[in-house]
Design a protein. Sequence first.
Length: 291
Amino acid sequence: MLNMRALFLFAVMAITAAAQSFPIHWEDLTAEDFTKALAVSRNTCAIPFGIIEKHGPSGPLGTDLLNVRYTSELAAKQEYTILFPAYYFGQIFEARHQPGTIAYSTKLQLDILQETVSEMSRNGCKKVIIINGHGGNTALLNYFAQIQLDSPKDYIIYVVSGVSSASGQNPAAAPSKPGVDGHAGEGEVSNIMAHRPELAHPERAGDESGKNLRRLDLPTGVTTGISWYSMYPNHYAGDAAGSTAARGKAATEAGGAGIAAALRAIKADTVGPRLQAEFFEAAKHPNDTKQ
Ligand SMILES: [Zn+2]
């Protein structure tokens, strides 16, 4: 006869089996399975957030998009969540002088992200996790997360930044020498080689310079929008010549594990949603807040 513990274990096994049987991609789920997958994901959904921009002479325009989707897929297979379709509507004005860059207006970046998140919430995604794959999106995403507090929301945003490119402690994920990593450098191109080797061209790495030209001489702490262009006009930083699939495999696996750990923590988080609800209520009548 089954006791309660056995029943519980059976339920856990059934949920685990279900998690394995649902596709991780939003667009691959049927409508009926979507609602079941949401239960397995505990109402979490993630947007792997990329960009379309030049990646030096060696990487495809979609390097950041492809890499963040790949590491997010590795993560979602370990810790189930539903991955939103390809998303690349981020900040990339600094590469507008290069072929193939898609730079949407500032207003549209914010509007489409807000509408996307609102639609995800309307469909039951109450924890929306934005996994950032592009450095130029960092300020946008931090700002977007902060402005969620402008009015009550029935969902909460979590931004995961820097994790997908983390190499962890594995020496196989380390750069071949100092100074090779950077935008479109050895790390990013190695990551592409781990899953889309036909798109990487490390043999072209020397066709352009990825050196910092240091053309703008300003004190530390002073910045301007033209800083990046002043340093790297080829939209290439570092050196992709030493890129290898082996390094990319180690780095993307470490990145995937890092994202999976973040997904696990976010699923378990009850404090964030509770405090956000408390904040929205208190913000309706600030003069009642104890001084
Ligand atoms: Zn990149």
